[in-house]
Design a protein around this ligand. Structure first.
Ligand code: SF4
Ligand code: SF4
Length: 168
């Protein structure tokens, strides 16, 4: 992973990611949010989308989100509300070999439940495959579709994009 920084490469550094990564014990308990939003920008719908109060209230609209993982249920509602496509849910409670990842997906066609999809890291490098477990279509006016995939456990903190294998 590049450590040159988000502003240079568009890819967060390992230090930036460490600040937003749920602790292993929390990931192994069940689904929890990982908000990869690092820049101070005037944006806060993630806070208002969380009915559990897990994304703390912003003192300034330019603040970056802060998460209370004890309150997060891993529902994924905030993923659909984020215009920056910066929010993911990871779940490492499903066993030794597998994890679940929920990610935003704004392309067509949407993948289908049961479909095997290609997975990519933050730099766009293909890292493996996963199987679609659930697809939540976006709801108007702004909702982004959310795709849940089952993937090898080692990809829980790595896979952040997917591609369907079908032709257009
Ligand atoms: S996943 Fe659900 S509970 Fe967790 S921060 Fe997002 S909206 Fe809140
Ligand atoms: S909605 Fe998305 S882009 Fe906006 S502050 Fe929240 S995480 Fe960042």
């Amino acid at each position: 992973m590049s450590d040159e920084g988000l502003l240079v490469t568009g890819i967060p550094t390992s230090e930036e990611l460490a600040r937003v990564t749920p602790p292993r014990e929390r990931r192994e308990k069940g689904p929890c949010v990982m908000i990869e939003c690092f820049q101070r920008i005037p944006c806060d719908p993630c806070h208002y989308s969380c009915r559990f109060g897990a994304i703390k209230e912003f003192e300034d609209i330019n603040d970056v989100p802060e998460v209370d993982w004890d309150k997060c249920t891993g529902c994924g509602m905030c993923i659909a509300a984020c215009p920056g496509l910066a929010i993911f849910v990871v779940d490492e409670s499903t066993g030794n070999e597998e994890c679940r990842i929920a990610m935003p997906y704004e392309f067509v066609p949407l993948p289908e439940k049961g479909e095997r999809v290609r997975l990519f890291d933050r730099a766009g490098t293909e890292v493996g495959t996963g199987v679609v477990e659930r697809v939540i279509p976006g709801q108007k006016p702004q909702g982004t579709p959310v795709v849940w995939v089952r993937a090898p456990k080692e990809l829980s903190l790595v896979a952040r994009h997917l591609a369907v294998n079908r032709e257009g």
